[in-house]
Design a binder for this molecule. Structure first.
Ligand code: SAH
Length: 547
């Protein structure tokens, strides 16, 4: 049994974040490293553990793309260097459908690295489904075939037809690196639906070869571009008009080509409505917890939403206490005349109850405790309280079982519970962040509060997010502080050069209220402001603007 990290080969689905599996979501939330491809949507990257190291191995064609052999080595290296870590290898669609997941798995086996495969919803089936085209249909198609028409030179020497049977389909290139061709005669005879992945650039050639080999030139065909995303587009053609249609309509990758009688069903079954915000990429800048409401609404209206929290939490090096003169500040040593005082760890002995109100609080407290040379034995005999189940679970990771968890998982619930169960003489210590409100202190006036972490503007946006933000149509600001944070974070993000920052500020800003509007204008944004200072009014304004 080695002590390596574990690698998860995860399928991210075709684009719509709603098509991510629950299993994939769980792993991404706890991943220490995420190695991701170009086709993975920003919304899915945004679901990853905020602390995960994000490694982009699938740059756009103009950038250098990491070679497959290097990706294989990288996965092994992460696993070997990071014992116990969760390493997510995130790919578009399904990892075993032209995703080279098999090759990566073989490399992991050879290196003795444990791995798991998390299948994804493949674009081969889901993208046609989003265009209202069933890949099989009684009386029309009794089989379907998924084929790579990949971008390199195509010849007719070797067949490469992946089946939908669950057996890993062949990779786009043979192991010798030689381009793999298609058996056009077999394909032309095949009565089922033909689904081509990749290969838009070769489609003119593929269509001509299929006709030469006897396939009906009138076979209906559809190109589905950026399927399942807000940018989805379906272009209909026939085998004989395939090439000219691609040029005329500028069909671009990623796109799927589907051929066969089922394509006609798309005319009556195209269910995906063109929504008011379809094709718009909007940046939402509120703090992560607050943003999901507006994100869900804008997403439901068809937009692609990039959530960009502008604040993050950071552990303090050692706990600080607020110096309230009227409060019995056990163990505090006054520092200057400021509000915060450093604490003396020996004073921990004087407390009977320790109350945690967040996972951050737990993590920061133990980090500081261990750094000061102590271990969990200093907590022997103390009662432990947690605001809710997630914090309780985090404490369990440190071997600490909670004595008190309120039914109502709020600060108020915790305060009321402690007031009931703890005796008046008990000394309560609250371990919180600098922005915690006074709810608990009001309910427990004799308690002491140590601040173990603080909330600050995020130091730097990850690269994938910078790219997503820079290419957005607009930014949505709900307060003037959100504008200030956005500007500060953008200029702090060292890789946002002045030039690209100027580009950001020439973007459109949708603002709630006049204060937000004037903050955004001050920084050069072109503003559109809601009539009322409500989220409803803002959403309405955004829809009206794009109508
Ligand atoms: N493993 C992936 C396929 C990887 S090959 C899967 O199971 O879906 C990449 C090709 O998949 C692209 O060239 C394109 O043909 C297709 N593809 C992936 N996502 C797509 C999307 N959202 N819309 C259209 N085609 C897509």
């Amino acid at each position: 049994m080695n002590n390596f990290g574990k690698v998860y080969l995860i399928g991210a689905g075709p684009g719509d974040p709603g098509l991510l599996t629950l299993r994939a979501h769980d792993i991404l939330q706890k991943a220490d490293v995420v190695v991701y491809d170009r086709l993975v949507s920003p919304a899915i990257l945004g679901m990853c553990n905020m602390k995960a190291q994000m490694v982009d191995v699938g740059k756009m064609p103009t950038h250098h793309k990491v070679k497959q052999s290097e990706i294989n080595k990288l996965l092994v290296k992460f696993a070997c260097d990071m014992p116990g870590a969760t390493i997510a290898r995130l790919k578009g669609g399904d990892p075993f459908v032209f995703g080279r997941g098999g090759e990566e798995a073989l490399e992991l086996v050879a290196a003795g690295v444990e791995f798991e495969v998390v299948p994804g919803v493949t674009s081969a089936i889901a993208v046609p489904a989003y265009a209202g085209i069933p890949v099989s249909h009684r009386g029309i198609a009794t089989s379907f075939h998924i084929i790579t028409g990949h971008e390199k030179e195509v010849d007719s020497r070797k067949p490469e037809v992946g089946s939908a049977s669950g057996i890993p389909a062949a990779a786009p290139e043979s192991t010798s690196g030689e381009p793999v061709g298609l058996d056009f005669e077999t394909l032309a005879r095949c009565p089922g639906t033909l689904i081509f992945l990749m290969g838009i650039g070769n489609m003119d050639f593929i269509a001509r070869r299929l006709i030469e080999c006897g396939k009906d030139p009138k076979t209906p065909l559809a190109f589905i571009e950026k399927g399942t995303t807000p940018y989805q587009r379906t272009v209909m053609a026939t085998l004989e008009t395939a090439g000219e249609t691609i040029v005329r309509e500028s069909v671009t990758a990623p796109a799927i080509t589907i051929m066969g009688g089922v394509v006609k069903l798309g005319k009556s079954l195209a269910w995906k409505k063109n929504l008011p915000l379809s094709g718009k990429r909007l940046v939402v800048t509120r703090a992560a917890k607050q943003s999901s409401g507006i994100t869900a609404r804008l997403t439901a209206l068809g937009a692609e939403v990039i959530e960009t929290p502008m604040i993050e939490t950071r552990s303090l090096e050692s706990p600080q206490a607020m110096c309230h003169s009227e409060r019995s500040a056990v163990g505090m040593e006054s520092k200057d005349s400021g509000l915060q005082c450093s604490i003396d760890w020996n004073s921990l002995a004087k407390f009977d109850v320790l109350a945690f109100t967040s996972v951050n609080g737990v993590e920061s407290f133990f980090k500081q405790l261990f750094a000061a040379g102590y271990d969990v034995r200093v907590l022997a005999g103390k009662k432990i309280a947690s605001v809710g189940k997630i914090t309780e679970k985090k404490l369990l990771e440190y071997g600490i079982r909670c004595d008190y968890v309120p039914e109502d998982h709020t600060g108020e619930g915790l305060g009321l519970l402690l007031r009931d169960v703890v005796s008046d003489e008990s000394r309560i210590l609250l371990l919180q962040g600098n922005l915690a409100d006074d709810t608990l202190l009001k309910l427990l006036p004799k308690a002491t509060r140590w601040i173990v972490y603080e909330t600050l503007p995020v130091a730097e946006l990850p690269e994938w997010k910078r790219e997503a933000v820079a290419s957005a149509d607009a930014v949505v600001f709900a307060s003037s502080s959100a504008v200030e944070n956005f500007v500060q974070v953008s200029s702090l993000s060292s890789l946002v050069s002045r030039q690209s920052f100027c580009q950001l500020s020439s973007q459109k800003a949708f603002c709630i209220g006049r204060m937000t509007e004037s903050a955004a204008r001050k920084h050069g944004f072109e503003t559109v402001t809601s009539d009322e200072t409500t989220m409803d009014s803002l959403v309405k304004k955004i829809v009206e603007y794009y109508a």
